[in-house]
Design a protein around this ligand. Structure first.
Ligand SMILES: C[S@@+](CC[C@H](N)C(=O)[O-])C[C@H]1O[C@@H](n2cnc3c(N)ncnc32)[C@H](O)[C@@H]1O
Length: 280
C-alpha cells in the first residue's frame, strides 16, 4: 500500500469510531510508525509502506479506535516546546498548563527554590528548570509518575543537583521537610467527581487520582493553600491551576489563607485557569 492510501484508510477507520480529528490522528500515528515528520508523509504520498509497518500502524489504529489517548500510544507529549516521555498510568500534560509555566517563569529570580506539587511526568517543574536557574523539587505520591519524571529529567540532561525528586504524599512531605520554598506550583486534581460521566473517553483512561478533587473539586486545592503556606518563604509565590467555575471559591480560600491574590489568568478558551498569589 502507498502512504496516501493507507492514510486515507486509517482516517476513515478512526472517523467511524468517533475519534475527533481522525486525519490528524492517523497522520501522527503513521509518522510515528515510519519514524518521520508529518510533513514528509505529504512529500512521499506515493511511497510504499512495508507489511510490517502497515501491521504496526493497524495495531496503533486499533488502540486509538478504542479511545486510548494518542500520547500513550506514541509515548511522547510536547509541552512548552520540550519533549516528554509519557505512558499509561501518568497524567498527560495539557496545553493550558503552559500558561501556568509562563506566569511562574516571569516570577522566578535567580536560583529560587521551587516545589512542583503533583508533578506527574515532570512537565511543569522540568520546564521551569530548563528555562531558568530555579532549583526544583518534583513531588508526587504516584510511584509511576516519579519514575517517569526522573526519566524525563535525565532525557533533558538536567542535573540531579538542580532537580530533586520526592515520592511522597503532599501532606507528609510538608510535615517532614525542613526546606522553605520561594515558589510552590501545581496543576492539582480539580475536577468535581460528579463530572466523571461527562468526560471524554480518552480522559477516563487517565488515573482517577490525577483528575478528581472530591465533590466540589477543591479538596486538594484547600490543602495546597493551607499546607503550602507553611513551607513558603515570606513573599513567596503559590501558583496553581483551577477548573471551570472555581474562581470565586478559590479567591475566598487564598485571601482567607493569608495570601495576596496577584492575578487570575484566563486560558485561550477564556476560562479562568491560573491563580497567582503571594504569601503575605
Ligand atoms: C492533574 S495531575 C498533574 C500532573 C502534572 N503536574 C501535569 O500538569 O502534567 C495531578 C498530579 O497530582 C498527583 N497527586 C494527587 N494527589 C496527591 C497528593 N496528595 N500528594 C502528591 N501528589 C498528588 C497525582 O498523582 C498527579 O500526578
Amino acid at each position: 500500500m502507498q502512504i496516501g492510501e493507507i492514510l486515507r484508510w486509517g482516517c476513515d477507520y478512526l472517523r467511524d469510531r468517533g475519534v475527533t480529528e481522525p486525519r490528524l490522528n492517523a497522520e501522527i500515528l503513521l509518522a510515528h510508525v515510519l519514524n518521520v515528520k508529518r510533513l514528509s508523509l505529504y512529500l512521499n504520498l506515493k511511497d510504499r509502506v512495508s507489511t510490517r509497518e502497515a501491521e504496526l500502524f493497524q495495531r496503533f489504529l486499533f488502540r486509538r479506535g478504542k479511545r486510548e489517548p494518542l500520547q500513550y500510544i506514541i509515548g511522547e507529549v510536547i509541552f512548552s516546546r520540550l519533549s516528554f516521555r509519557i505512558r499509561k498510568g501518568v497524567f498527560i500534560p495539557r496545553p493550558e498548563t503552559e500558561f501556568l509555566v509562563r506566569e511562574a517563569l516571569q516570577r522566578i529570580v535567580g536560583d529560587t527554590k521551587v516545589l512542583d506539587v503533583g508533578t506527574g511526568c515532570g512537565a511543569i517543574g522540568l520546564t521551569l528548570a530548563w528555562f531558568s536557574n530555579a532549583e526544583v523539587t518534583l513531588l508526587d505520591k504516584s510511584k509511576p509518575a516519579v519514575r517517569l519524571a526522573e526519566e524525563n529529567r535525565k532525557n533533558l540532561g538536567l542535573s540531579s543537583r538542580q532537580v530533586k525528586l520526592a515520592g511522597a504524599d503532599f501532606l507528609s512531605f510538608v510535615d517532614r521537610t525542613k526546606s522553605r520554598f520561594g515558589m510552590i506550583i501545581s496543576n492539582p486534581p480539580y475536577i468535581p467527581v460528579s463530572e466523571i460521566e461527562r468526560l471524554p473517553e480518552e480522559v477516563k483512561r487517565e488515573p482517577k487520582g490525577t483528575l478528581f478533587g472530591g465533590p466540589d473539586g477543591l479538596r486538594f486545592i484547600r490543602s495546597l493553600i493551607s499546607e503550602g503556606y507553611r513551607i513558603l518563604s515570606a513573599g513567596g509565590h503559590l501558583i496553581f491551576e483551577i477548573g471551570y467555575g472555581q474562581k470565586k471559591a478559590v479567591t475566598d480560600l487564598v485571601t482567607r489563607g493569608g495570601f495576596i491574590l496577584e492575578a487570575i489568568i484566563k486560558d485561550l478558551a477564556g476560562i479562568d485557569r491560573v491563580v497567582v498569589c503571594r504569601k503575605n
